[in-house]
Write a protein that binds this ligand. Structure first.
Ligand SMILES: CC(C)(COP(=O)(O)OP(=O)(O)OC[C@H]1O[C@@H](n2cnc3c(N)ncnc32)[C@H](O)[C@@H]1OP(=O)(O)O)[C@@H](O)C(=O)NCCC(=O)NCCS
Length: 154
């Protein structure tokens, strides 16, 4: 059983621990707190009791939102948590006035690409060699989803 809460309710130390489990380049609790406090930033966490299962952090400004990060506990993947987070984020971004959401994903990340495709994101660009990797750098694919921001329409 999981519930969605505001990001700050998850605790920034717990967010940093989960982020480190999901990414090669960890973000400290202080970095996440600073990003979450930036103008237009908002985040949503999935919790089971006091346990953090996943989170998403975005920034919405001037009609556009950007997903800064999304991560789900490796033990709880493929349960629909990522999808729940991205859908809740889209609804919140639309309420904040965003008409579209952008994000970047590494071309060698099939889980994230699958999640975004399922959520209706489409490729709109590519940044060659954006992600450093041992051996060779990997391209970032820039994805966009349009939001239906008409009041009362979901
Ligand atoms: C990407 C991530 C957030 C997905 O979270 P999740 O909770 O496992 O995703 P969901 O269970 O909601 O999956 C939704 C859909 O995404 C796709 N998907 C998820 N994991 C997948 C995988 N390993 N391979 C292929 N498709 C996958 C599927 O279409 C899935 O739907 P289905 O289960 O009905 O087939 C998770 O894998 C993660 O934290 N990865 C590490 C961090 C990361 O890469 N973040 C994205 C950076 S851009």
């Amino acid at each position: 059983m999981s519930r969605l809460v505001a990001l700050r309710d998850a605790g920034f130390e717990a967010l940093a621990v989960l982020h480190a489990q999901a990414f090669d380049r960890p973000w400290s609790a202080a970095e996440i707190e600073t990003m979450a406090a930036a103008h237009g930033a908002f985040g949503i966490a999935a919790m089971d009791g006091r346990a953090l299962l996943g989170f998403i952090l975005l920034r919405a400004l001037a009609g556009e939102a950007e997903v800064l990060t999304i991560a789900v506990d490796p033990r709880r993947r493929r349960e629909g948590l990522g999808r729940a987070l991205i859908e809740a984020a889209a609804a919140t971004a639309a309420i904040a006035g965003a008409e579209e959401i952008f994000l970047e994903v590494a071309e060698d990340n099939p889980a994230a690409i699958g999640l975004y495709e399922q959520a209706g994101y489409e490729p709109v660009g590519r940044r060659p060699g954006y992600y450093p990797r041992a051996g060779r750098a990997v391209d970032a694919i820039l994805l966009r989803a349009r939001l239906n921001s008409a009041p009362g329409v979901v």
